[in-house]
Design a protein around this ligand. Structure first.
Ligand code: DAH
Length: 347
């Protein structure tokens, strides 16, 4: 009897070595101590053991049971450890060198945006913010942009499905929501909230359907400017943008205005600069902004009296300025987060 018990223990000790998974472990354990297990069957033999031998045989049986229990426990722990190790992956080697001493830093677009804002703050402009999700009214209608304007085309603009609602973004009526195509919508939201005079710049993200290439991205950044006061003229506008360009690129940089059309300004201009001292710019004139005097109908849509108030507005692309400043020849570098690119702007 006792030998039989010992044999079961020995067999189990040998066989358990090849048990690898939890499922196999459970069925192996059942095959020894389960209701039909080997040991359970052998225990039935106790009935036939003579009375005087029972204490001794019983003791031997208990010993074997205990040893088996310890064997199972130990093996289960091995399986669990192996499972855990598989989940955490390869062990860490603490003797490897640390991955560089980089503390992170500001993105080049953030730096350029901050630099632009700093220049405008010095002459009394504050920063206004507007939502990236807009409605057709604030993005177009209030800016005197008719419904047949190409910017309003589905092909050019990201509209939300008609049933979409944004509780935190006010609509004029029940007009459609879209991702703003320019920061000019902040002009409207700001004027609706404040009485003139106004002196703000508003940087932010804009969205247009565009195929990405070296100079286009469906997602880009602009900075808008708005100045409203009495008797504001094109001279004021030109003087401010001159000051801005010289502050950004150096005192020998020049600006020129070319007549243009924007629905929300009259007259309207495109602004070019030249900065022959910047090697990468050379002798060319480079377009940098759109601007003009605020159209009277824009004032009317925000409830400003256009006989009393006048103003100018301008808008420019932040990526474009960053590319000129730093000689970056592909806009996509700004969005790829490649450390080799980003690290050049640190320090
Ligand atoms: N919104 C124009 C654009 O996205 C830029 C612009 C032009 C803004 C003239 C203005 C402006 O405020 O007066 O191309």
């Amino acid at each position: 009897m006792e030998e039989e018990y010992q044999q079961i223990l020995k067999n189990a000790e040998a066989a358990i070595k090849s048990v690898e998974t939890r499922a196999d472990f459970e069925s192996f354990k059942a095959s020894v101590v389960g209701p039909n297990g080997e040991l359970t069957k052998a225990m039935k033999g106790m009935a036939k053991v003579p009375k005087e031998d029972k204490p001794r045989v019983g003791k031997a049986l208990n010993m074997v049971k205990k040893d088996l229990e310890a064997l199972f426990q130990k093996h289960l722990k091995t399986i669990e450890d192996r499972e855990m190790a598989a989940r955490i992956g390869a062990p860490v080697d603490p003797s490897l060198p640390v991955p560089g001493e980089s503390w992170g830093g500001k993105h080049p677009l953030t730096k350029v945006r901050e630099e632009i804002i700093h220049i405008f703050r010095r002459v009394g402009f504050s920063v206004a913010e507007g939502p990236e999700v807009e409605t057709e009214y604030y993005c177009f209608d209030a800016l005197n942009t008719p419904s047949d304007h190409p910017a309003r085309d589905l092909q050019d603009t990201y509209y939300f499905p008609p049933q979409t609602r944004f509780a935190n973004i006010s609509q004029k009526e029940k007009e459609r929501y879209l991702l703003r195509t320019h920061t000019s919508s902040v002009q409207i939201r700001t004027m609706l909230e404040t009485e003139p005079p106004v002196r703000i710049v508003s940087p932010g993200r804009c969205f247009r359907r565009d195929t990405a290439d070296a100079t286009h991205s469906a997602n880009f950044h602009q900075i808008e400017g708005l100045y409203v006061d009495r008797k504001v003229s094109v001279r004021d506008l030109k003087a401010l943008l001159d000051y801005f360009i010289k502050s950004l690129l150096g005192p020998s940089a020049k600006t020129r205005f070319r007549p243009h059309f924007f629905p929300y300004t009259e007259p309207s201009f495109e602004v070019d600069f030249s900065a022959s001292h910047l090697g990468k710019v050379g002798s060319q004139w480079i377009e940098i902004a759109g601007c003009g005097l605020v159209h009277p109908s824009v004032f009317e849509s925000v409830g400003y009296d256009s006989k009393e108030w006048s103003g100018f507005a301008f808008g420019m692309g932040i990526e474009r300025i960053a590319m000129i400043l730093h000689g970056v020849d592909d806009i996509r570098y700004f969005y790829q987060n490649d450390q080799r690119f980003l690290q050049q702007f640190q320090g």
